[in-house]
Design a protein around this ligand. Sequence first.
Ligand SMILES: [Fe+2]
Length: 247
Amino acid sequence: MKYAILGDIHANLEALTVVLAKAEEENVDKYVCIGDIVGYNSNPHECLELLMQLPLVGAVRGNHDEYAVRELDLAGFNAQAAAAIQWTRQQLNGKECEWLRALPYRLNVVDNGCRFQIVHGTLDSPEHWGYIFDRYNAAASMQYQGLQLCFCGHTHCPVCFDRHLNGSIQDGGYESVKLMTNHKYLFNVGSVGQPRDGDWRAALAIYDTKAATVTLHRLEYDVAACQEKILAAGLPQRLADRLAYGV
Ligand SMILES: [Fe+2]
């Protein structure tokens, strides 16, 4: 079984289209969504529509999803992010809001004998939207990780945290990781629609259960088209600019 793990799509249709084409080319069977489907970019409808058509075995809520469908105070967001959430609130229809509202904060995916966890931010308190930047943050989250494998997002930076039998955690970027028995793994799958690791290309992680591997693909997409639509929608210039740099 092959699962495509989609993180932080953020309404970027150009990036999502390329990612889904690659997943198909890789003969992915099913899909998982790590949240932040909307926010920042200009195609929330189109991205939600595409997602709803996929064979999704699990999806969790991101902070942008939550704030887009609830009238919560936006003081915790920077000015551009808040402007995009306010814009997104005016775009979403009733069905889309209902679908986003139903997403859980964390989920144990059980599918055809495969089991893994998914969460947007942290496993210890996902509703507070904390970030896992380093091994110390990862250790706190992994205490709540009941399964060997967990996928997360939120920082928009792909990283693998690998906890050994002796409890020590190694971390680093990854291209392909072979899963070892008795190790526990927490993978940040990076971002489809707004990467921030200095690489502007869209991220797609694929979990292959037969090979016991997690592989990260980085894919070029039409950034200029996405930028044009951001500006045409009246969203902040900075949201268009940052896509070209992956920041
Ligand atoms: Fe995000």
